[in-house]
Every structure is written in structure tokens, then in C-alpha cells.
Write a protein that binds this ligand. Structure first.
Ligand code: SF4
Length: 385
């Protein structure tokens, strides 16, 4: 990751450079020789370094509402005043590519960036999946926009699609996604070889390096290490008494302090819905159609019913004893419906759940004592069940 950010900071070495959303079809850009950086990943990095609040305040002083996503606020803050931003902010982009398969916030966020930086913006519209099963007209609609994206990139950069590079990017992307899925599945073992914070720290390459060899190399090594742990019966925590599921984005500024409240009681998060979101491969028979399908069905672009089904499946397959939902003030599309999901999944599986209200980056919304008390009460419930 250090190399990833360092090479992109060297102006001229990686040009043209696009800022893209986490659910953007990056394989097309790789195939066209366009480098990418991810403002959301930068937001997570800033959150983990506890540098988000001062940057968010810069954006708020400019008039951005404190109710907006904290990734957006702190990244916009880093653009307005890079002197306070870790690594001096992101290297300036030549292009912006935003896909609304994760939320509507990114559309306004990227429009604000396009205005601030005077850079062309491509908006990819991936319709929300209200029903299970992706309708063909939605696939065709997104595929047509992907063809348009190729022409748009050529118009703005002079770069053309290189079919060989594109095929290789798809292949590498699929390899990395498959390895990541297999690593996560290995956590069905008892004890689980990884805890959620391990997954949160290991997920960066699947977000920002899809389509590269580096991601495949990294996940191959990780998988070998995790397999070895399973073979030796080595758990992620000292004594695994309870197996938990985590829902929503990590609380980056409290990653270890928060999770140690659980690990101290022998509770390990063996599975989560967040890192699960990068689990779908692309069908390469018709790559554009394959990309349209994969990027239209990312986790939070799906209905509450579909997400509930996925959660029931995870609870059952991973032998989960309890669920913890992070009600994330920043991420409305992820957090809306969590109470209903908790109720339904609990009824169907008999597994209890806890909701923690906080924010992934904005530590002003984290209250230590109430959270500790709620966790203790939840652990008592697990103890008694
Ligand atoms: S609102 Fe949620 S999905 Fe959208 S950018 Fe923020 S964290 Fe990501």
C-alpha cells in the first residue's frame, strides 16, 4: 500500500490518473492504461490515522453538512487544504469516475470535486436492485454506459482500449477476488484463523489493486499463511468462546480498542458483511456484460431482503453465536434497515444481535462509555445463552 500511494504521488509517473469510487469498474481503466486512486480508501486511511476530524471540519466550514458521509467530508477537506492532510492528500486527478452502486453521496461528492478541481467527471448509473435477480434491461443499461466510458476515456486522454491488457486485468481481478473469497471462507474453521480487524486491515488491496498482479501476490501469501494457521489449529484470538458477525464499515479510529473489548471476553468476529462485498468475480465470456452484472449487484446496491438472505446464510455457514451491527451515521445506505434485518435474522437463526451507534471516521460521534456498557450487556447475553 505504501508503494501504491508512493508511486501515484510521483507526478508524471502514473498518468493519466483517475479518482474512482470503490465500486467503479476499474478493469476497464486498467485495460486503457489509466492509473487509479480511491478517495474512499484515503478516507479510511485518514480515519485510521485519527486525522479525519480536522479535515472534516475544513469541509464543514466551507458549508458541507456534518450529516454527510465522513469519507466525503474529510477527503473534500484534504482537497481544500492539503497542508493538513496525511501524505499531503491524493495526487491531482486527470479524470473522475463515480458509480452510484454504493450510494447517492458519491454523485454529489464527485460533482463537488469536479467543480473544485475542474476535471471531467463520468457518472455511471447502476440501478438499485429492488428485486432478487438482476433484470436484463438493467444489465443492458449499465453495459451501454460502460461502452460509453471507454469512448469518454479515449476522448479525454487519447488512450484506447488495449484488449490484451483488459483481458489480463479481468483475469487478475478474478484471481484476487477468488483468493479473497477463499481466505474469508477459511474462517469457518474453529477456532477462526482471522478476526474482523485482520480482515479490515487486509482488504485494502482488494479495493484499490483489483486488476493488478500485486493484489494476487499479496492474497496468495495471505491464503498460504491462513491455511497454515487452520492446519495448526491456531486461532486469531487466544480462546475462542463466541463466534460473531460484524455488519457495516469498520470504526477505523477505534479498530483495536473496540475489538479488544470482544477479544478479552473470547469473542471473535469470524465473518462480516463489509469485506464480503468484494467477493463476486466477473464473467469474462462477454466482459462488458460481465462487468455490468458484477458491479450492479454489489452488496449495498441490493434490497434489504437480499441482504437479509445473505446474512442468514453467513450466520449459518460460519456457526455465528451473535451479530453486531455498526449503525454508521455516515453511511445511510448501509445502515438503513439494520434494525429490521437484526429482527428477521434473529428470528430465523435464533442468534441475538447488538446495534452500536457510531461513525467510521468521525470520532465526535463515538461515545466510549455507552458503547462499553452495551457491549458488556451483549456479552452477558451470550454468556447466558
Ligand atoms: S455514504 Fe457509504 S457507500 Fe457512500 S461513500 Fe460514504 S461510506 Fe461509502
Amino acid at each position: 500500500m505504501t508503494r501504491y500511494y508512493a508511486t501515484r504521488k510521483v507526478v508524471g509517473k502514473v498518468r493519466p490518473l483517475a479518482w474512482v469510487t470503490s465500486g467503479a469498474p476499474v478493469e476497464i481503466l486498467v485495460g486503457m492504461g489509466v492509473a487509479t486512486v480511491y478517495p474512499e480508501n484515503y478516507g479510511a486511511l485518514v480515519g485510521a490515522q485519527r486525522a479525519a476530524v480536522p479535515l472534516a471540519q475544513i469541509a464543514e466550514e466551507r458549508g458541507y453538512s456534518p450529516d454527510l458521509c465522513s469519507y466525503a467530508r474529510c477527503q473534500i477537506g484534504s482537497v481544500i487544504d492539503s497542508s493538513q492532510a496525511p501524505q499531503g492528500g491524493l495526487p491531482a486527478p486527470d479524470l473522475l469516475v463515480a458509480c452510484n452502486n454504493i450510494c447517492g453521496t458519491v454523485l454529489k461528492w464527485y460533482q463537488a470535486l469536479a467543480d473544485e478541481l475542474n476535471v471531467p467527471l463520468f457518472l455511471l448509473d447502476a440501478p438499485y436492485q429492488h428485486e432478487t435477480g438482476l433484470p436484463d434491461h438493467a444489465v443492458q443499461y449499465v453495459a451501454a454506459q460502460l461502452e460509453e466510458l471507454v469512448d469518454w476515456v479515449t476522448r479525454h486522454t487519447g488512450r484506447k482500449m488495449n484488449d490484451k491488457k483488459f483481458a489480463r486485468a479481468l483475469d487478475l481481478s478474478n484471481q484476487a477476488v477468488t483468493l479473497w473469497r477463499e481466505i474469508r471462507e477459511l474462517c469457518q474453521a474453529r477456532p477462526s484463523p482471522l478476526n474482523a480487524p485482520d480482515l479490515f486491515l487486509s482488504m485494502a488491496p482488494i479495493v484499490v489493486l483489483r486488476g493488478s498482479k500485486d493484489a494476487v501476490t499479496y492474497y496468495r501469501k495471505l491464503k498460504a499463511e491462513v491455511e497454515e494457521r487452520v492446519a495448526k489449529g491456531e486461532g486469531a484470538i487466544l480462546e475462542e468462546r463466541y463466534r460473531l458477525l460484524w455488519d457495516n464499515i469498520a470504526i477505523w479510529y477505534r479498530l483495536f480498542r473496540l475489538f479488544s473489548l470482544f477479544t478479552d471476553a473470547g469473542a471473535c468476529f469470524v465473518v462480516d458483511t463489509y469485506t464480503n462485498a468484494w467477493s463476486a468475480s466477473v464473467d469474462t465470456e462477454d466482459p462488458i456484460l460481465g462487468l455490468a452484472k458484477t458491479y450492479s449487484t454489489v452488496y449495498i446496491n441490493q434490497s434489504i431482503q437480499a441482504r437479509t438472505e445473505l446474512m442468514v446464510d453467513l450466520v449459518q455457514r460460519f456457526g455465528v453465536d451473535g451479530m453486531v451491527f455498526h449503525s454508521n451515521r455516515s453511511c445511510k445506505p448501509y445502515s438503513l434497515g439494520q434494525y429490521e434485518m437484526l429482527e428477521t435474522v434473529s428470528q430465523r437463526t435464533g442468534v441475538p444481535g447488538l446495534v452500536l451507534e457510531a461513525d467510521m471516521c468521525d470520532s465526535r460521534l463515538y461515545a466510549d462509555e455507552p458503547i462499553k456498557n452495551r457491549i458488556q450487556a451483549f456479552l452477558d447475553v451470550l454468556e447466558m445463552s
